[in-house]
Ligand binder design. Sequence first.
Ligand code: GLU
Length: 281
Amino acid sequence: MSMITRFAPSPTGGLHKGHAFSALTAWTAAQASGGRFLLRIEDTDFTRCRPEHEAAILDDLRWLGLDWESPVRRQSEHRGEYEAALEGLRDRGLLYRCFRTRKELMATAGVAPHGDDPADPQAFAHGPHDPAEEAERLARGEAFAWRLSLDRAREVLDGFDALTWVEEAHRPGIHTARPERLGDMVLGRKDIGAGYVLAAVIDDAAQGVTHVIRGEDLVEVTSVQRVLQALLGLPTPVYRHHPLILGADGRRLAKRDRSATLGDIRASGVSAADLRAELGF
Ligand code: GLU
């Protein structure tokens, strides 16, 4: 089958070896199937994305020997589509306002959340505020996020057990959505509006992506994205969540580990062929 796949980096910093592995995996799979490889710039978070990072990403990918179709889809150019989807979900009672600050969420949880990043309060279970508190905080002009209500989604979709997808890499087989693990995720942020989780689902459908090839760190969020596909009437691609490339210390690479950026690797004299070989390509 000739596949359409994509690499979807966020220009919040330089790419590291893990991104190179992901991009090479997707590009190679597209080539092998006689399919198409797309590049998508996931720049919904304008508080952290920078044009110079985007330029460096394109440059690094070309250096790696990859090519992709034009025009490149930039999420910042499609905000209206994401906001319209958010509004539609809101009109169906699927979202609720969350005024809780990061500090409040951490305090309410009291325990370490799931996931890698213990500072990420998205990972806690929530639920709507009581109406009086909501009205009060709204009247005070407090900022709020829009969270997906899994209770309401469960009602609308008649449970989640029928929501499945084919996974071809990480525990291959048919997976069933278990969105409860991440709780009621934020779909619309206080500062930037619609964020990555929703935007990626809309984009994958808009771009006709048949295979989502990305790192294992996104396995859990797939459940929530599968719920969104069902709510929005969008197709479900096949998923391939590949293992993450680990640093010398055995921890996953992060953009903050400067030594691991492709820019630094290039500057140290490593050739693209060397890096491809090291990553198994
Ligand atoms: N933008 C995400 C990241 O850089 C990737 C999302 C995806 O591939 O679905 O981690």
